[in-house]
Design a protein around this ligand. Structure first.
Ligand SMILES: C[S@@+](CC[C@H](N)C(=O)[O-])C[C@H]1O[C@@H](n2cnc3c(N)ncnc32)[C@H](O)[C@@H]1O
Length: 224
């Protein structure tokens, strides 16, 4: 507990003032013009940008970047416009797997690197991904919309593509949280208890979970 000599409260006020200065009209105009003139924009950042939104920055730094290896292979399920794909480009090979060709076309607009393979699947499979070749699987913003029956199909298909030491990190809808349960009608009905038992029933070992960082969803990491 801070004592009376703490600078905690004046520091908090100072950072509020700094943020207020950053929101001043000239600065907002500068940023708007810079955004217009800069990159094409990534579809999905309107839901939160992992470059600027703190819980997503945490997800990026804690659940994604530590696993990126230049000599390994990764799969991203449901990459959308590439909000998270950006952080997976450091893998030797990245399979970006999506059910919708329109979304893969959008991803291709922004990501032209030779180490990215774009794969259209049938909703729960990994066509063209070599057996036993994948070190890391990441999915964000996709499983939150999948029924448990589809999640189970994905889990059943995952085993074949993973290396023995692989890590799988999946964000899923958590209806133990009021936001997923009542405010987001497109979110699935999954709970952490269900996710855990589906993962275990598919033969994987749960390594860790994050039930607190996100307001509408949770993360699970598991291994073969
Ligand atoms: C809401 S977007 C999220 C995109 C991105 N991961 C992000 O966080 O910005 C959901 C993505 O999952 C894809 N998707 C939906 N159902 C899928 C499925 N069964 N298998 C693979 N991709 C799926 C959609 O086409 C879309 O690209």
């Amino acid at each position: 507990m801070p004592d009376l000599s703490t600078s905690l409260h004046t520091d908090m006020l100072a950072s509020f003032e700094k943020a207020r200065a950053a929101r001043s009209l000239p600065r907002r105009l500068y940023r708007a013009i810079r955004n217009e003139l800069s990159e094409k924009g990534v579809y999905g950042t309107a839901w939160g940008d992992p470059e600027t939104m703190e819980p997503l920055m945490f997800v990026r730094d804690r659940w994604v970047l530590p696993y990126v290896r230049a000599d390994q292979t990764a799969v991203e399920i449901g990459p959308g416009g590439g909000r998270w794909t950006r952080y997976l480009l450091g893998f030797e090979r990245l399979y970006a797997i999506d059910f919708y060709p329109e979304l893969l076309a959008e991803l291709k607009r922004s990501f032209t690197r030779a180490n990215v393979t774009f794969v259209q699947n049938s909703g729960s499979d990994f066509p063209g991904v070599p057996a036993g070749a994948v070190d890391f699987v990441f999915s964000f913003g996709c499983f939150v919309h999948l029924d448990n029956s589809i999640i189970e199909r994905y889990l059943a298909n995952l085993g074949e593509i993973l290396r023995p030491q692989a890590n799988v990190v999946i964000q899923y809808s958590d209806v133990n949280k009021v936001m997923a349960r009542e405010l987001l009608p497109h979110f699935a009905e999954t709970t952490p208890e269900q996710m855990r038992s589906m993962v275990q029933a598919a033969g994987f070992t749960v390594v860790e979970e994050d039930l607190t960082t996100l307001w509408h969803s949770s993360l699970i990491r598991f291994r073969p």
